[in-house]
Design a protein around this ligand. Structure first.
Ligand SMILES: NC(=O)c1ccc[n+]([C@@H]2O[C@H](COP(=O)([O-])OP(=O)(O)OC[C@H]3O[C@@H](n4cnc5c(N)ncnc54)[C@H](O)[C@@H]3O)[C@@H](O)[C@H]2O)c1
Length: 352
């Protein structure tokens, strides 16, 4: 392997080009193979990026000696088998988000990982300079004990709704899950990862909502998946995550907030490209001092590049990726507990 890693992409759909385009200039990255069940998709990607290995079966890609590691970019319901096959073939695996459709699948991945690197792209929004700074501030302990994490994201329906987006309403087989699986993994990874994965989710009380009546007629055909989620996640030790995300919400423009409140102050964060990155509020003798700790603008290529480069660095340097499969299991177990609590109508313990 030497100084660079030979990467194969499994799944040449919508997200695949973002992985390749935003990392191909890095000398540690060599995109050597592409695989998709659809031959035309393989050829399109391989032609676009000059990738030599072209395969329509995962096993063929994994048998290519130029492939050291794979990015699994199939739909969530098809993450498990390519990941297991990669580990069995001795290749490291970076899995797209959500890592799987339930915690049991992630446990199966972990059981076959051995000493290989396994990571998940739900880390994406922690690749930015403001997120790095927030991680550093929280790890330094200067803000004291973490007491409350909150995510509140409300998105209005598309102005001229054409019945195609969000896509989870229209892709049968996409794990049968909606906004919680699709975006919740980013929110949970952001909150728990910024805290260094030190918080251990203990119990969950949640509710989920499906498409509001007004939109049902124009959102056909559709899966009957959740478009809104509300949850309270209690951590061991008492910190609380207050979580709300909704699409088709009754707002005329997006309202978005991510906040971590601690003993000595708070962090206001952002998962929005181009928005102000990180504001730190600290209690002082006279009140609260506000400072912008990292205001570097970042755009989408930064967050697409982040997980792949982090994965390659973990392979070459032997360190842990931003979101290991073990961390992804924590996110998935909270997600599973939210679905289960909403279904049961009562507070439930997270699996350990
Ligand atoms: N589309 C986005 O904007 C976006 C953004 C971030 C993350 N993601 C994540 O990336 C993953 C892929 O999303 P997408 O939008 O690119 O999906 P997609 O449906 O456009 O592409 C998936 C591709 O995987 C192929 N495939 C399925 N099973 C396969 C198998 N066993 N072997 C080889 N190929 C197989 C399909 O033929 C398809 O071309 C998902 O987990 C999604 O959540 C997507």
């Amino acid at each position: 392997m030497g100084e660079s890693v030979g990467l194969g992409i499994i799944g040449c759909g919508q997200i695949a080009p973002s992985h390749i385009r935003n990392t191909q200039d890095d000398p540690r990255v060599r995109w050597v193979a592409a695989c998709d069940l659809r031959e035309e998709a393989v050829n399109e990607r391989a032609d676009e990026f000059g990738i030599p290995g072209r395969y329509t079966r995962v096993e063929e890609l994994l048998a290519d000696p130029a492939v050291d590691a794979v990015v699994v970019a199939t739909g969530p319901e098809a993450h498990l088998q390519p990941t297991l096959a990669a580990f069995e073939a001795g290749k490291h695996a970076l899995v797209e988000k959500p890592v799987a459709v339930n915690g049991a699948d992630v446990e199966t991945m972990l059981a076959s990982q051995g000493g290989l690197v396994g990571a998940c792209c739900s880390s994406r929004f922690r690749s930015t300079p403001p997120a790095h700074e927030a991680t550093r501030i929280l790890a330094s302990g200067g803000l004291g004990v973490i007491r409350r994490l909150s995510v509140n994201v409300l998105h209005p329906p598309h102005g001229e709704y054409d019945g195609t987006s969000p896509f989870f309403l229209h892709r049968p087989g996409w794990g049968g899950q909606g906004v919680l699986a699709d975006w919740g993994c980013y929110d949970l990874d952001f909150m728990l990862g910024l805290c260094g994965w030190a918080l251990e989710p203990e119990s969950v009380l949640a509710s989920i909502e499906r498409l509001p009546g007004h939109f049902r007629a124009i959102a056909q055909p559709r899966n009957d998946v959740e478009v809104a989620v509300t949850a309270q996640v209690r951590m061991v030790g008492g910190a609380l995550l207050d979580y709300h995300r909704a699409v088709f919400a009754a707002v005329d423009e997006p309202r978005e907030s991510w906040r971590i409140e601690c003993e000595h102050g708070a962090l206001d964060l952002n998962m929005v490209a181009g928005a102000r990155g990180l504001v730190v509020q600290r209690f002082e003798a006279g009140g609260v001092a506000t400072a912008v700790a990292a205001d570097e603008a970042w755009e989408w290529p930064v967050i697409h590049r982040g997980p792949v480069i982090d994965f390659v660095e973990a392979i070459l340097g032997g360190g842990e990726p931003m979101t290991s499969l073990r961390d992804a299991l924590t996110v998935q177990r909270v997600t599973d507990a939210i679905y289960a609590s909403a279904e049961a109508g009562e507070s439930l313990r997270c699996a350990k």
